[in-house]
Design a protein around this ligand. Sequence first.
Ligand SMILES: Nc1ncnc2c1ncn2[C@@H]1O[C@H](COP(=O)(O)OP(=O)(O)OP(=O)(O)O)[C@@H](O)[C@H]1O
Ligand SMILES: [Mg+2]
Length: 400
Amino acid sequence: MNQNIKKLTAIATNSKRLIIGLMSGTSLDGLDIALCSISGCGVSTSLELLHFETIPYPDMVKEKIRAVFAQKHVEMEKLCLLHPYIALMHARYVNDCLARWQLERSSVDLIASHGQTVYHAPESLHHLKGSGNATLQLGDGDHLAMATGIITVSDFRQKHIAAGGEGAPLAVYGDYLLFSKRGADRILLNIGGISNFTFLPGSQNPKEIWCTDTGPGNTLMDAFVQQHYPGTYFDRDAALAGRGRINDELLAALQDHEFFRLSFTKTTGPELFNLHYLEAAIRRTTVQDVPAEDIMATLNAFTAWCITTGIRACMGNRPGIPVYCSGGGMHNPLLMKQISDQLPGYTLLSTVELGILPDAKEAICFAVLANECVCGDPAVFRQGPAGMPAVTMGKISFPF
Ligand SMILES: Nc1ncnc2c1ncn2[C@@H]1O[C@H](COP(=O)(O)OP(=O)(O)OP(=O)(O)O)[C@@H](O)[C@H]1O
Ligand SMILES: [Mg+2]
């Protein structure tokens, strides 16, 4: 037997696994690294977060990724070179973390690598006949495995698409296995570059699960700040938006787009929600020379509107239902206040209440998917909704 397969078999049959979850979302802020101890699998999964760090991307890396990110036309050579480059950079970050955490690489069973999304193209975006849903994440798993010496599970989204999904949101799988509780209806809201939410029914009937993107999370606010305030990457604590006034005409123009008329569930990305989207909305208004702070206030309000109309459209009136928030957007106090105001009857909480660090949740969900890949049974998702096909996701790369 190949020694790699032998090792993988041992990992799969152990009662516990140490798995490093890696997540770098569309905000391009950095790499989230979550070291998880996971025992069991499926609905018996139990997880303990042992270490968590976000390693910020240096400006030079952000620029390299931006050169191809969410763009229809790119230089192929740049795209091609980034695939190993991102993998080796992520491997370096992992090796550095292991040194800081004083852990031998041999004690880690698996790396679960999401990769860096560079393009997300559901049919609803490209409208090209004969082409289905597609998505592309860079950061090759073989390079990661060889440079860390750790078996790596990567590229989770392709199987989801191959099975009829849009390749997103995948957090629903981890949400279901980690947070579903009998008798407790729950919403898990993640506000990353894009926002999405999962509804977990207290009935625990997988058929009633919802998971959808709602539109932009931080992406439009970040893009505008980066353009108008060079050297600033996001509106820390909504300092800019908090000084501005919402422009109602611009807000209405932002809300008037085909994406919001599509039925749920749906996915999206910065391929749609970008500065062109904002410029097109401004062109449809009579407003001129809106101060930057007013635009920020309006984008903040628009983001809250996308999230809350999405949740209300799917969930209706559910008095007292808790919404457990995660992702960088929950650190934006103005955004959170507006979400809270626009969801009367819902109770806004953080995943801390469920024992999970909110900034680590997405990386943790991929560690859970890798755990399912090696020792789970996709049948556990068989009764799930259309956006949650019952398949094993992830490609396995061996270190030698
Ligand atoms: N104190 C803060 N005030 C305002 N916004 C913040 C604050 N802290 C973080 N953010 C926002 O959170 C963003 C990062 O969020 P996060 O890392 O969850 O997104 P992501 O990398 O796109 O992840 P994913 O797509 O996996 O959800 C930043 O770009 C910024 O917009
Ligand atoms: Mg991030």
